[in-house]
Unconditional design. Sequence first.
Length: 152
Amino acid sequence: MAYQVRVERTTESPTAVVKANTTWREFPTLWRTLLDDVWAFLRSRPGLRTEGHNVMVYRNGVSGVEVAVEVGVQVTQSFETAGRVVPSTLPAGEAAATVHTGAPSEIGEAHDAVVAWCSAQRRELTGVRWEIYGDPDPKTGHFDVAVYWQLA
């Protein structure tokens, strides 16, 4: 798939997330449980989420194997921590971005495209990156995923 990468100025966006330190190997079996916790919390707080989307934020890990993740949903405002669900934000600033329209299992290709573009453009990355999952098409169930990498 060919990706078009662009630089965007992002604004801070409040999120409700569960944070975890994990490995890339374990993450595919972990994220659903984390997201389920956030959605259970949101169902008990009407109005905290209106049109927000699912998000995943990845922060520099200790090694290329480990990663600090935040799995959650965009919300309308900050809130008090409840169990494992904590307030956080998507970063504000300059980011290299693209949209992944393929199978969710192939999203790594979008990340690779952004990193390659940044290298070719000599743009330095902070290591913070995130995904915003679009609304599913009612007929097909397909959804696009916006992929962002924060620029230094």
